[in-house]
Design a protein. Structure first.
Length: 344
């Protein structure tokens, strides 16, 4: 039988890559299962951009009792990213003047998120994680976590994520950021302090993003040219539904901060312009997974990462018509790859 708990830890004097020092940073996380006596069964799950700590919900076919990441066997930890909106310090956290940080919240990087989780590792008393696993932005976080100190990571699974963002991904991110920033209710990120909320901007950003999460062939097959009304297509209804779901649960300024972090991510920064050299300190037992129809992070871009990682690297391509979201929807295929990887 697995156990589950939610916790928040406070970390003093955390400095970001941008040079901002927080007096205190809170990191929220959930744990599933039980840590064994020698603390060797811990797995860190890294969530994607709009994910949260509830890994057994958003990755239900992969994480949970009897699943590939079996919470009856492993002690699973999932922490909310720095700058997020699910308990870890973010733009809606209270600043020293009693108002939300809002526009005063600093730029954060994928590396900042990983460094904060290294602090959590120390608090939890885990010397080495059995594995660090993540998809999309979570895959970038998993990669950075291992690069910061590979002694802390026995195995690393990077799913649907590259070593760095390229021009196409930067362009898609820019449109999402602009959609939020141009909403008159955004107020440079200070909307909460004056009782406003950029619903339209966040919704449009989510719709733009969703077009990169799903493959064009998948959308064509599911919706074709069918209409719900004279000037309202079924695919439009689908995108409106995605927008409403996100605006009901996510913070717009967190969305901007995390989108920028993934847009700016490049493992070579501060290491080496040569990718193989930059990755030389990465975990030496890696699983890299791409999705065949992914148009956000195409298989060739993910494979490029796999070819430059050190040590034992297993690259798998999951055959899926869905697109980038295949790392979530193709649970059986992801589970098969992870189960083999975690037990080898």
């Amino acid at each position: 039988m697995t156990t589950q708990s939610t916790s928040v830890e406070s970390i003093l004097g955390f400095t970001t890559d941008s040079g901002h020092t927080f007096g205190t940073v809170e990191i929220a996380y959930e744990t599933f299962g039980t840590l064994n006596a020698d603390r060797s069964n811990a797995i860190l799950i890294e969530h994607a951009l709009t994910g949260d700590t509830r890994a057994t919900e958003w990755w239900s076919g992969v994480v949970g009792p009897g699943q590939a990441i079996d919470t009856n066997e492993y002690f699973v930890v999932c922490a909310n990213a720095l700058g997020g909106c699910s308990g870890t310090t973010g733009p809606q956290s209270t600043f020293s003047d009693g108002l939300p940080y809002g526009s005063r919240f600093p730029t954060v990087t994928i590396r900042d998120m990983a460094r904060l989780e290294h602090n959590l590792t120390q608090i939890l008393g885990i010397e080495t994680w059995h594995a660090v696993v993540g998809g999309s932005m979570g895959g970038a976080r998993a990669l950075e976590f291992g690069l910061l100190d590979r002694r802390k990571t026995r195995k690393c699974a990077i799913i649907a994520a590259p070593a760095f963002a390229e021009a196409d991904q930067i362009a898609w991110a820019m449109m999402q950021e602009r959609a939020i920033e141009l909403d008159p209710d955004y107020c440079s990120g200070d909307y909460t302090a004056i009782g406003r909320f950029p619903t339209a901007g966040l919704g449009l950003a989510r719709q733009i993003a969703h077009l990169t999460y799903r493959n064009d062939a998948d959308l064509n097959q599911r919706f074709s040219r069918r209409r719900r009304a004279a000037d309202y297509y079924e695919v439009t209804s689908y995108l409106d539904h995605q927008a409403k779901k996100l605006t009901a649960r996510f913070d717009p300024h967190s969305y901007v901060l995390l989108t920028r972090a993934l847009r700016d991510h490049d493992v070579r920064t501060g290491r080496s312009a040569d990718l193989r050299t930059a990755l030389s300190e990465a975990c030496t037992d890696s699983l890299v997974v791409s999705v065949s129809s992914d148009r956000l992070f195409p298989p060739s871009q993910v494979e490029h990462l796999a070819r430059h990682l050190p040590g034992k690297v297993d690259h798998r391509v999951i055959d899926s018509p869905v697109g980038h979201d295949g790392f979530l929807t193709e649970a059986a295929a992801v589970s098969a790859a992870l189960r083999e990887f975690l037990t080898r």
